[in-house]
Design a protein around this ligand. Structure first.
Ligand SMILES: NC(=O)c1ccc[n+]([C@@H]2O[C@H](COP(=O)([O-])OP(=O)(O)OC[C@H]3O[C@@H](n4cnc5c(N)ncnc54)[C@H](OP(=O)(O)O)[C@@H]3O)[C@@H](O)[C@H]2O)c1
Length: 302
């Protein structure tokens, strides 16, 4: 095992998945069952040992709560690159990742809205670190639905960040990781955050929801285009996440926390899955909701 790497395993119960691990001293690490609120579960989970996680992890939107939780779980033995606006102001995030076992933490200035600079930023990271093993695309804005219905500039800003900027950066990343794969089959992993808001767009948040619907479709098609290239794309569909993005809002049914989303994301990444809903129960729920009559659907809350 490479120096600094942690042992990892993935566990599954009937209710969901999480990642757990042991540090180099053999102690159970913090990102375990408590992340999913299952600490007291009496079920005997099925666990498989996973390869140690090392390499370069790039987080686009390096201050994202979910992105950082994912990075923390991938940190042991890895170099983590945080790409964010105001990158000089990431001391807390860097400290947290080093405490989680990151071999190194780098920062890069990144404004997702400045699509003309995407390639330059990515080339810069590659030049500094040689390769990208996992790229977590975690930037995004919720915006204000009521304002977006009146203010065209605000509606366009939401769609630009949550859809257009994703199309741009993912297209660059797909090319770069394909080249990186060469004939080796080791192109790297892309993690993309869609949302149930895009699974069937609701009247109550149709601007953000439409951007997520577009992103979901784009990322699904891109994942198929990458099939067999050595580059994998994991599409994550969280429901309502209790955190900074939704501060002040009442949690919807089946909500989760950034830690739970990250635990499910990393478990899916390690298992080589292409999609994960968080929590898993949202998938059958939305399969049913898809067929709800429009007259009822338009009354659905956010
Ligand atoms: N939270 C939820 O309920 C929820 C549910 C489903 C899906 N998701 C998706 O999950 C992803 C992560 O969300 P989160 O919960 O971690 O939200 P978060 O904590 O609010 O993080 C979003 C990050 O995106 C960054 N960002 C926004 N615009 C940017 C830009 N133009 N350039 C660079 N960075 C930019 C923000 O950076 P600054 O710090 O510079 O503002 C912020 O750190 C998003 O795609 C979100 O849509 C979230």
């Amino acid at each position: 095992m490479p120096a600094g790497a942690a042992l990892r395993w993935s566990c599954t119960t009937g209710d969901g998945e999480w990642n757990a691990g042991r540090d180099r001293s053999g102690n159970r690490t913090a990102n375990t069952v408590s992340d999913t609120g299952q600490a007291g579960a009496a079920r005997s989970p099925r666990c498989v040992t996973l390869a140690p996680v090392t390499g370069t992890v790039l987080v686009l939107g390096g201050r994202s709560e979910i992105g950082l939780e994912v990075a923390r779980r991938l940190a042991p033995g890895s170099t983590v690159v945080l790409a964010a606006r105001r990158s000089a102001d990431l001391d807390d995030e860097e400290r947290e990742l080093r405490a989680a076992g990151a071999a190194a933490v780098d920062r890069v200035e990144f404004d997702a809205d400045d699509v003309a600079r995407h390639r330059e930023v990515l080339d810069g990271v590659l030049a500094r670190h040689g390769r990208l093993d996992t790229v977590v695309v975690a930037f995004g804005i919720l915006g204000e639905q009521a304002r977006a219905e009146r203010d065209v500039a605000h509606a366009l800003a939401i769609v630009h960040t949550d859809y257009v900027a994703h199309v741009s950066v993912l297209t660059h990343l797909a090319q770069l990781l394909r080249e990186q794969a060469g004939g080796t089959g080791r192109g790297g992993d892309l993690v993309v955050f869609s949302s149930v808001a895009g699974a069937r767009v609701r009247r109550a948040n149709y601007v953000y929801g439409s951007a997520k619907a577009g992103l979901d479709g784009f990322a699904s098609g891109l994942a198929d285009a990458l099939h067999g290239s050595g580059v994998r794309l994991l599409l994550v569909r969280p429901g309502f996440v209790i955190g900074r993005m939704t501060a002040g809002m009442s949690p919807a049914p089946l909500s989760s926390t950034p830690a739970q989303v990250a635990a499910a994301t990393v478990a899916a990444l390690r298992a080589g899955r292409g999609e994960v809903w968080v929590p898993a129960a949202l998938q059958p729920v939305f399969a049913g909701l898809r067929h709800l009559p429009r007259a009822l659907w338009r009354r659905m809350p956010r």
